[in-house]
Ligand binder design. Structure first.
Ligand SMILES: Nc1ncnc2c1ncn2[C@@H]1O[C@H](COP(=O)(O)OP(=O)(O)O)[C@@H](O)[C@H]1O
Ligand SMILES: [Mg+2]
Length: 260
């Protein structure tokens, strides 16, 4: 079943066409990756998928429902969650508290509930903690629940950021360069972690520069260059495609984790 179907989306900034008639799809329960040189338009695609930018043209269907050009706050409710290219966790807060922030969009109470600490509010707080602890357990992070993020290794903070995005059980998770800034061992651990998400029922769209990671864990890959999809296929096909190799040559060839 198609979880996500993107059809001919376009986005220009002034004279610059960042995304030009891009189409792709993601099957439920798979890891699909978008790769391509810097400036290819990958992050712009994510911004279009989450309402940070509006599409100039094209359509985006999530489980058959059109979701293009909704207000950004609507996307979490529709079931699209994301992480960012730069780490965004709150260092002074604990792991559990950071995950609770991800649950906030689901909590519904008014100021009266908050002041009076009504049963409705307490019930929602209880449900939030339960959901947060459950996702930490499923992702084998519960041992760190009470620790402050500031003290944690960077690789763990990255996993935490993903856990926070997953606490609301999104239909689709967008990961933008999750391995950026990780050392080879942390990258390998993160790869295992992301690889395990489909069996937990999650569907992943991944942007990543680290080719070994992408080739190891993707079911299917789309390659972008200059705002267009220039190639697609299973990892073995994409790796051999001369168009892909060509696109990367200008950037010093295809980079692997061990090369930094
Ligand atoms: N808000 C914006 N305003 C102007 N140009 C932008 C904006 N966002 C992205 N771009 C441009 O669009 C192109 C694609 O960028 P981006 O999607 O970030 O590429 P990638 O993630 O593949 O490295 C780049 O040339 C970038 O400078
Ligand atoms: Mg980017």
């Amino acid at each position: 079943m198609e979880r996500l179907k993107v059809q001919d989306i376009c986005k220009s900034f002034g004279g610059l066409t960042a995304v030009s008639n891009v189409s792709f799809q993601v099957e439920a329960g798979q890891i699909v990756s978008i790769i391509g040189p810097n400036g290819a338009g990958k992050t712009t695609v994510f911004n279009l998928l989450t309402g940070f930018y509006t599409c100039d043209a094209g359509s985006i269907l999530l489980d058959g429902r059109p979701i293009e050009n909704l207000p950004p706050s609507q996307y979490v409710k529709e079931g699209v969650a994301r992480t960012f290219q730069n780490l965004r966790v709150f260092p002074a807060m604990t792991v559990l508290e950071n995950v609770l922030i991800g649950y906030q969009s689901k909590i519904e109470y008014g100021w009266a509930d908050a002041i009076l600490r009504t049963p409705r509010l307490r019930e929602q707080e209880r449900a939030a903690r339960e959901a947060a602890m459950e996702i930490l357990e499923r992702l084998k992070l519960s041992a760190f629940a009470g620790e402050r993020c500031a003290g944690l290794p960077y690789g763990l903070q990255k996993k935490l950021e993903i856990a926070r995005a997953l606490v609301c059980s999104p239909r689709l998770l967008l990961l933008d360069e999750p391995a950026a800034g990780l050392n080879p061992q942390e990258t390998a651990e993160l790869a295992d972690f992301v690889h395990g998400l489909p069996e937990q029922g999650f569907t992943i769209l991944l942007i990543e520069h680290d080719m070994s990671l992408v080739m190891d864990i993707s079911n299917y890959i789309y390659v972008m260059d200059y705002g267009r999809v220039i190639s697609e296929g299973i990892p073995e096909q994409v790796q051999k495609d001369p168009k892909v190799i060509e696109a990367y040559i200008g950037q010093g060839g295809i980079r692997h984790a061990s090369e930094g």
